[in-house]
Design a protein around this ligand. Structure first.
Ligand SMILES: Cc1cc2nc3c(=O)[nH]c(=O)nc-3n(C[C@H](O)[C@H](O)[C@H](O)COP(=O)(O)OP(=O)(O)OC[C@H]3O[C@@H](n4cnc5c(N)ncnc54)[C@H](O)[C@@H]3O)c2cc1C
Length: 97
């Protein structure tokens, strides 16, 4: 919902995730909010400072021979769910090839 007059950005009707057929339902409305210190930091901020910090973690991670760091957290990138699955499949392919 991108209209100015509508205060929420999305409605989720949970039963559709599991193909529920129950007569009653539960919905969640998502409201945008500005981040402030103490809130959950949901998104990677790919600025110069954070990217150079990530490069240091990556160098350490690369030394771990038996651990694969992946996904949003491990790669410090914004991913949607389909991107997450795609990079996981690519990673497995590389490992098994
Ligand atoms: C508000 C919001 C809305 C979104 N909406 C959509 C959408 O509509 N469509 C879409 O496709 N994608 C959406 N996404 C993105 C999607 O949720 C992510 O792309 C996906 O969850 C990333 O998967 P991931 O496995 O990389 O990371 P995550 O799902 O974040 O998993 C990382 C896991 O690592 C765990 N962890 C963290 N630190 C440590 C540690 N030190 N030790 C051990 N475990 C740790 C965390 O608890 C978490 O379980 C949304 C994300 C957010 C935040």
């Amino acid at each position: 919902y991108t209209e100015y007059e509508v205060p929420y950005t999305r409605i989720i009707e949970h039963k559709h995730f599991e193909y529920g057929t129950q007569p009653r339902t539960v919905i969640t409305r998502e409201y945008p909010a500005s981040w402030s210190r103490g809130d959950e930091p949901y998104y990677a901020m790919n600025n110069e400072k954070n990217n150079s910090l990530y490069a240091k973690y990556k160098a350490l991670a690369d030394e771990e021979g038996h651990v694969i760091f992946g996904g949003r957290l491990g790669m410090y990138k914004y991913f949607d769910m389909d991107d997450t699955i795609a990079v996981a499949l690519d990673c497995v392919k590389k490992e098994l090839d």
